[in-house]
Design a protein around this ligand. Structure first.
Ligand code: PAF
Length: 281
C-alpha cells in the first residue's frame, strides 16, 4: 500500500493507476478505523479498481465545543488495517495541505442540511461538504463510498455531487453493527462499560418504532414512545425523526421511502443511528 502525504505525489499515483487502465474508488475517513470503515474498503475493492482511503480529522466539521482535540488518532493501527483490507493507497494530508494559509472557501449545501444534525451541529455539514469536495478534486475518484450510519451526511454528499456535476458514483454501504446491534462508530470508545450496555437501547428502540410505523401505527405516537423509551434507558435525546429517505423532509409523502433517524447522548457521548421503514411490515 502506498502511503502518500503530498498532493503532487497523490496526483502522480492516481495518474499511474489510470495509465494502468484502473478505476479509482475513494473511501474518505477520519481514521480511528473500525470494521465499518473496512466494510467500505471491501465494498470498494473490485477487479479493475484501485482503492484510495483518506485519513484526515477535518477541523472544519467540529463545532467549538465538540471533540476535535480528543478525537482518537491511531495512524499506525489505521494503516495496518487498511493494508490488510487490500487498500492500494492511503492519503494522509496534513491540515496545512488541506487548508493552507489564506484558505477562504466553503461549500454549503442547503435543504438536506437544515434539520436533524444540521440543526444540532451548526456548520458541521459545511465542513463535511468542503472537505469532501476537496478530497474529490484531489483524488478524482470514479466512485466514493460512505457509510449509511451517517445517513444525513450521505444525502448531503449525494445532493452536492448532483448539484456540482461531480462525475462520481456515490455508494452508500449499510451500517455495520456489534453483535448486540449498536452501530459501529469511532466515538463508541468514549462510552464506559455501563454506558456501552445502556447504549444498545438506541438500535432496539429505533427498530421497534420503525416496525410500528411500517405496520401503519401513528408515526407521532411511535416517535413519542421511542423518545420516552430512550430517555428511560438513560439517553438525553436530541431528536428522533421520521423523514423522507432522500430529501430528509419531515413530512414524507405517502408511498415515498422513509427513514427513521435519531441522535442521543449517553453521558458525554453523542450517538446517531438510523433505520429504513419498510411499509407493510
Ligand atoms: O464520515 C466521516 O468520517 C467524515 O465526515 C468524512 C466523510 C471523512 C469527512 O471528513
Amino acid at each position: 500500500m502506498l502511503i502518500v502525504r503530498d498532493l503532487a505525489a497523490l496526483r502522480d499515483a492516481v495518474r499511474e493507476f489510470r495509465a494502468e487502465g484502473m478505476r479509482v474508488a475513494l473511501v474518505p475517513t477520519m481514521g480511528a478505523l473500525h470494521a465499518g470503515h473496512i466494510a467500505l474498503v471491501e465494498a470498494a475493492r473490485r477487479p479493475g479498481t484501485k482503492v484510495v482511503a483518506s485519513i484526515f480529522v477535518n477541523p472544519k466539521q467540529f463545532g467549538p465545543n465538540e471533540d476535535l482535540s480528543r478525537y482518537p488518532r491511531r495512524e499506525m493501527a489505521d494503516l495496518r488495517m487498511l493494508e490488510e483490507a487490500g487498500c492500494d493507497l492511503a492519503w494522509l494530508p496534513a491540515v496545512e495541505t488541506m487548508y493552507p494559509d489564506g484558505f477562504a472557501t466553503g461549500v454549503h449545501v442547503s435543504g438536506v442540511t437544515e434539520g436533524l444534525d444540521g440543526a444540532a451541529r451548526p456548520g458541521h455539514f459545511d465542513g463535511v461538504a468542503t472537505v469532501v469536495s476537496k478530497l474529490f478534486n484531489q483524488v478524482t475518484p470514479d466512485a466514493a463510498y460512505f457509510g449509511e450510519k451517517d445517513y444525513q451526511q450521505l444525502q448531503v454528499i449525494r445532493r452536492m455531487v448532483a448539484d456540482m456535476d461531480f462525475d462520481i458514483e456515490i455508494v452508500g454501504v449499510p451500517t455495520q453493527r456489534d453483535d448486540d446491534g449498536l452501530a459501529l462508530s469511532s466515538r463508541n470508545i468514549y462510552l464506559d462499560e455501563t454506558e456501552r450496555q445502556k447504549a444498545v437501547a438506541l438500535p432496539r428502540v429505533l427498530g421497534i418504532a420503525a416496525r410500528a410505523i411500517g405496520r401503519g401505527d401513528d408515526p407521532a405516537a411511535a416517535l413519542a414512545e421511542a423518545e420516552s423509551s430512550l430517555e428511560t434507558a438513560g439517553f438525553a435525546v436530541d431528536y428522533v425523526a421520521l423523514v423522507d429517505a432522500e430529501t430528509l423532509g419531515t413530512e414524507p409523502e405517502a408511498g415515498r421511502p422513509r427513514r427513521l433517524l435519531a441522535a442521543a447522548r449517553m453521558g458525554a457521548t453523542r450517538l446517531i443511528d438510523n433505520i429504513a421503514v419498510d411499509d407493510g411490515q
